[in-house]
Design a protein around this ligand. Structure first.
Ligand code: SF4
Ligand code: FES
Length: 383
């Protein structure tokens, strides 16, 4: 079947047609030099031998552009571990996709970054595990990581690429948020993403080690609001508050199957990065089907799209098209049912249990269980 034929899949007559997606997250590989305890990748990582090849990724990007995708997020693991990244980027640029490289920035030489920029890379998003060297090195499990990230950021700016810093926030670094904002300014970033750890997959195993205390969360929120006013026009601050201490859930993924899709290293297409934690969902693969057919027709995307799947109290709630019922993966992790009301919502019968759990775990003492990626060696090493 040709790419064009694979990509023509009008929605069925009975279904209400969803809008096309805006963004595609391409998880090029699960290989990674860091070992973060809050890793959002699945418990079972995909091996290099299972990864899509260059031509398949290029075909997927063509299908994405034809479908209406505007933004391509190249992620992993560590996407720079793929030797063919320049070819993938060149293809994305030719298809008119805006490309964002989401990287740990620890294994990328200046020459390699120049090659990526020449191939059409539009934007770099660099992770920091803390504002202080000790924090970054300890949380990432990689001594010297902080210094390498700083050097990488300098190269990004030297090449004139726009830079975003992102940090996953938890008990060990939540008090470094003001310093993270200063670091972003110092490194020439135009934007910072501060997202509290989400507790599913590997992070669920470390929840008691990661959960911040309520007073830390409140103080962090106050500091972020103050900084937003003070730094307006200099630094854009995107902050995602921690669900466990909230009254209402976040609109996870801006709604299931509404704006974006994830393609795993081996080609399964997911509505969110943690969707594979939900048992019983059927994920279609780009090796077998076109991206448009998957977006419009695959069972996994239809499962929680829109509002028809919602139970009460969501079904009759005035916020059902604001937060889209919150997070399905969190509902599964806490309620044991992906179709339940997100326990982060105070209308959920499990909300008080969630708060108690957060309070008690925020005071627990537990060492990190690091991910085992480091055995994979530096980016690009065979695995
Ligand atoms: Fe959102 Fe459902 Fe709570 Fe309403 S009841 S606020 S839709 S999670
Ligand atoms: Fe899967 Fe929120 S992470 S729906």
């Amino acid at each position: 079947m040709t790419a064009a034929a694979r990509n023509t899949a009008p929605p069925g007559p009975a279904a209400e047609a969803p809008a096309p997606p805006l963004g595609l997250l391409a998880e090029l590989t699960h290989r990674c030099p860091l070992q973060c305890p809050y890793c959002s990748n699945p418990i079972a990582l995909e091996r290099r031998s299972a990864e899509l090849d260059t031509a398949t990724w290029q075909r997927v990007l063509s299908e994405a552009a034809a479908l209406g995708v505007l933004q391509l997020h190249l992620s992993g693991g560590e996407p720079t571990a793929r030797p063919d990244l320049p070819e993938i980027l060149r293809h994305a640029a030719a298809e008119g996709l805006y490309s964002n490289l989401i990287t740990a920035g620890v294994g990328v030489t200046p020459g390699r970054l120049e090659e990526l920029a020449a191939a059409g890379l539009d934007h770099v998003q660099l992770s920091f595990q803390g504002a202080l060297p000790d924090t970054t090195d300890r949380v990432s499990g990689l001594p010297g990581a902080h210094g390498r990230k700083r050097a990488f950021a300098a190269e990004v700016r030297r090449l004139g690429l726009p830079l975003t810093l992102n940090a996953v926030i938890h008990r060990a670094n939540i008090e470094e948020i003001p310093a993270l904002l200063e670091l972003a300014l110092e490194l020439g970033a135009g934007r910072v993403e501060i997202a509290h750890a989400q507790y599913y997959g590997w992070a669920l195993r470390n929840r008691a080690a990661l959960m911040p205390r309520r007073e830390q969360v409140l103080e962090a929120a106050r500091r972020v609001e103050e900084a937003r006013v003070r730094l307006k026009g200099r630094l854009v601050i995107d902050a995602v508050v921690p669900d466990y201490f909230a009254r209402r859930p976040k609109a996870c993924m801006n709604g299931w199957g509404r704006q974006s899709l994830n393609v795993t290293p081996s080609g399964r297409v997911l509505p969110c990065h943690a969707a594979e934690t939900i048992p019983g969902l059927e994920f279609w693969n780009v090796r077998d089907r076109g991206l448009a057919e998957i977006w419009y027709r695959s069972p996994a995307f239809q499962a929680f799209r829109g509002t028809a799947w919602m139970p009460e109290p969501c079904r009759s709630c005035e916020r059902r098209e604001i937060d889209w019922g919150g997070c399905r993966c969190q509902a599964l992790a806490i309620a044991g049912d992906a179709a339940a009301t997100d326990p982060a919502c105070e209308k959920s019968p499990l909300h008080s249990r969630l708060l108690e759990l957060a309070e008690s775990e925020s005071r627990a003492e537990q060492d990190y269980r690091y991910r085992g990626y480091a055995a994979a060696g530096p980016p690009g090493a065979p695995r």
